[in-house]
Design a protein around this ligand. Structure first.
Ligand code: CMC
Length: 391
């Protein structure tokens, strides 16, 4: 391959230096800015963790309040945004609408194109964190044919998101347990070093595309079923097992049959070769949420059974395939009242602070160069053009 190294999927190539997220895949360790994910999930919240990811340190009370106030001040969206979302067919996949809406944002804030610098980056950060929950909630409203309520920032960030998305559909009062479960799930998704969507955000940003448009590219990458789309695919898979296969063993055998091309969705990870630490937290959160809502879900029982069978099966053991973050999240989203098509948008909402922090880190790293991978050419050697009449 001459002076280039062939590394499909960049499995062994570091494309950047980063001080944000640490993963030890063999040990199942995940830390944001040095703090173990388990501690953050227990004690922190999504907005505080967003601050940590972006600034590198946990905020003081004053710093946090100023940040939260600034974000909450921007959760309203321009009236034209409602029209933009409403102009899509109600049957459109939410990820398509959300990607378009985020791409439209710099049209409303032209300064992000025209001015560079910390202040504009800070503004773009706050705008993205603030607007995405409202956009996601409105998209759900639209697909359900419901009106899009104004943001009421005094409710608090996560509670108001849930109210805008699900109010009238469920009880007017969003229960505290639901708010804290949602907050925890968003936090667990907040960053995951150089995954496909984050690498995409960096790639696009390396051409000096602005933060909004770089992040929109990340949203598109996230929609794929091998990435963020997996949480939706897990639910579809569980429903299919329940409705057509009947038992998990038949399905697992189908997965093991390589000619079938069927994967056990929510299992496996490029980096984790041990249990995904996020999956462990989500699994116990699923029990808690369903318990506190007084609900049971036959799909949660099925998921547990499926995990049990897979973890004791040579195929999965030999390949070190364990549940990843997507395996149990959908069951919580479903219990809270979100339809399956909204699961990947919820992942996008969670991942936003990571995309932003990684984009900003890249822009300030003097070693950054425009992303421009090489290739190994496998096409024909030089040949002469043959006129059409002679072919
Ligand atoms: N079900 C069945 N077999 C699998 C699975 C799975 N979920 N994942 C990997 N394998 C097999 C694969 O067939 C291959 O077998 P062999 O060596 O016999 O050819 C071996 O395990 C290695 O797999 P790979 O495709 O080389 O692994 P990768 O690192 O390229 O892919 C992955 C990682 C996450 C895309 C993959 O495990 C997968 O497709 N999982 C299902 C989708 C999923 O849950 N994605 C969410 C990932 S975590 C959160 C996120 O990023 O969004």
């Amino acid at each position: 391959t001459g002076d280039v190294t062939y590394d499909p999927g960049f499995g062994n190539t570091a494309n950047c230096q980063s001080g944000i997220t640490f993963i030890d895949g063999a040990e199942g360790i995940l830390r944001y800015r040095g703090y173990p994910i388990e501690e953050l999930a227990q004690h922190s919240g999504y907005l505080e963790t967003s601050y940590l990811l972006g600034k590198g340190e946990l905020p003081s009370t004053e710093q946090f309040e100023a940040f939260e106030t600034r974000v909450l001040r921007h959760t309203h969206v321009h009236e034209d945004f409602r029209r933009l979302i409403a102009s899509f067919p109600r049957s459109a996949h939410p990820m398509a609408i959300i990607s378009s809406a985020v791409s439209a944002l710099p049209g409303f804030y032209p300064e992000v194109f025209e001015v560079a610098g910390e202040d504009v980056e800070e503004l773009a950060t706050v705008l993205l964190l603030a607007k995405l929950p409202t956009i996601v909630a409105y998209v759900l409203r639209h697909t359900r044919g419901q009106r899009m309520p104004d943001a009421e920032p005094e409710n608090g960030f996560v509670r108001d998101f849930l109210r805008m998305a699900l109010h009238e559909v469920r009880d007017p009062e969003v229960p505290d347990e639901v708010v804290s479960a949602m907050d925890k799930l968003l936090l667990l998704h907040a960053d995951h070093e150089q995954n496909c969507s984050t690498a995409t955000v960096r790639n696009v940003g390396s051409a000096h595309a602005n933060l909004f448009l770089s992040v929109a590219a990340g949203i598109n990458a996230l929609s794929g079923p091998l990435h963020g789309g997996a949480n939706e695919a897990v639910l579809t898979m569980l429903e299919e097992i329940r409705d057509t296969h009947g038992d998990v063993n038949t399905f697992v055998n189908k997965v093991k049959d390589k000619s079938s091309d069927v994967r056990l969705m929510g299992f496996g990870h490029r980096v984790y070769k041990n249990y995904d630490p996020r999956a462990a937290i989500v699994k116990s959160a699923a029990d808690e949420v369903l318990g506190s809502l007084g609900m049971s879900d036959d799909l949660l029982d099925l998921a547990r059974e499926l995990e049990d069978v897979a973890l004791n099966d040579d195929y999965f053991v030999q390949r070190k395939l364990y549940p990843n973050v997507d395996f149990y999240t959908g069951l919580i989203y479903r219990a809270i009242g979100f339809p399956t098509s909204m699961f990947t948008p919820l992942f996008a909402l969670g991942r936003m602070p990571g995309w932003i922090a990684q984009w900003r880190e890249m822009m300030h790293d003097p070693s950054t160069r425009i992303a421009r991978p090489r290739q190994v050419y496998t096409g024909p050697a030089m040949r002469g053009y043959v006129p059409m009449a002679e072919r």
